[in-house]
Design a protein around this ligand. Structure first.
Ligand code: PMP
Length: 291
């Protein structure tokens, strides 16, 4: 498959209630407040066989994120879901990644400038470029406490700390970065949540200073249906020795095996995938059935 840069794709984008040509999505660098000071909010959603998986949860999270950053929109959740479907139809897509993005536009470059929200909805066929966090390295950056950032909001601001970690990992040829929180507990990867398996039981960190992903919540539901125990608790690096399996969860990547975690002192390998495979296959079925 040949690669097309995201700005060169062909198709239609939904901008503030109207469809525009893909090539007409242009903004001014100086009036885009969110480009300078963060505060843009967005979603990463997937549709399978023409149906959007967990559409309501994603759009509710989008609207919640917008509210947290005072980006009040005139659209209801239903209208935005409809717009996502229309964007899929306009672009003849059945299986796609959908990216709604809301950002603030201002008339000055002052940080406290009043901003006008804009909403853009795009959809495209996911390509093979989505990275698979197989071998991850411990980041030297940590997550700040839950009262220093609104982790329940999916906003661009959250990604500056993440980007530092990811760049650091990439410079050392790792697929992804594992971040600890400010207390030293394991938090998450750059854009996915973590699960560990020990003797058939699942363990996942408490989401008090990182995003509680929709895929993470779905995995907990799947595990409960499968009568697999799930423990949400604080997990330390020292605990890694006891785990047999490790996997990451996220809308873009789905459920993927984490083969190893490397720290300055040690490398932890997770060659087993028995429970991971069960969760993977249940998730694959669910996204197609339950979308
Ligand atoms: N954490 C971060 C920082 C993310 O960017 C994502 C991807 N949205 C996730 C976790 C997983 O969230 P979800 O399962 O809702 O895609």
């Amino acid at each position: 498959m040949s690669f097309t840069s995201i700005d060169q794709k062909q198709g239609m984008l939904w901008l503030n209630g109207q469809f525009i040509d893909w090539s007409d999505a242009k903004i001014h660098a100086l009036s885009t407040h969110s480009l300078h000071y963060s505060g843009a909010v967005f979603e990463g959603i997937k549709a399978y066989n023409g149906k959007i998986f967990k559409a309501k949860q994603h759009i509710d999270r989008l609207l919640h994120s917008a509210e947290v950053f005072s980006l009040q929109l005139d659209y209801s959740a239903t209208e935005i879901i409809d717009a996502c479907y229309e964007t899929m139809h306009q672009n003849n897509l059945q299986n796609c990644y959908i990216r709604p993005l809301i950002w603030g536009q201002s008339t000055t470059t002052k940080i406290g400038a009043k901003v006008t929200p804009n909403i853009l909805i795009s959809a495209w066929e996911p390509n093979a470029l989505i990275s698979k966090p197989n071998n991850v390295i411990l980041s030297s950056w940590v997550k700040a406490p839950g009262n220093s950032y609104a982790y329940h909001a999916k906003s661009s601001g959250n990604y500056s700390n993440i980007l530092l970690s990811l760049r650091e990992a990439q410079q050392q040829n790792y697929d992804d970065a594992l971040m600890l929180d400010w207390r030293g507990y394991i938090a998450e990867l750059s854009s996915s949540n973590l699960f560990f398996v020990k003797k058939g039981e699942l363990y996942t960190p408490i989401t008090d200073c990182f995003l509680n992903g929709i895929t993470r919540q779905t995995v907990i539901e799947i595990a409960q249906k499968e009568q697999l125990a799930v423990q949400e608790r604080h997990i330390t690096l020292d605990d890694l020795k006891q785990f047999d399996e490790c996997f990451a969860t996220g809308t873009a990547c789905g459920i993927i095996n984490v083969a190893s975690v490397t720290t300055t002192e040690e490398k932890y390998d997770f060659p087993a995938q028995q429970i991971t495979s069960i969760i993977q296959s249940k998730y694959k079925k669910l996204v197609r059935k339950d979308a």
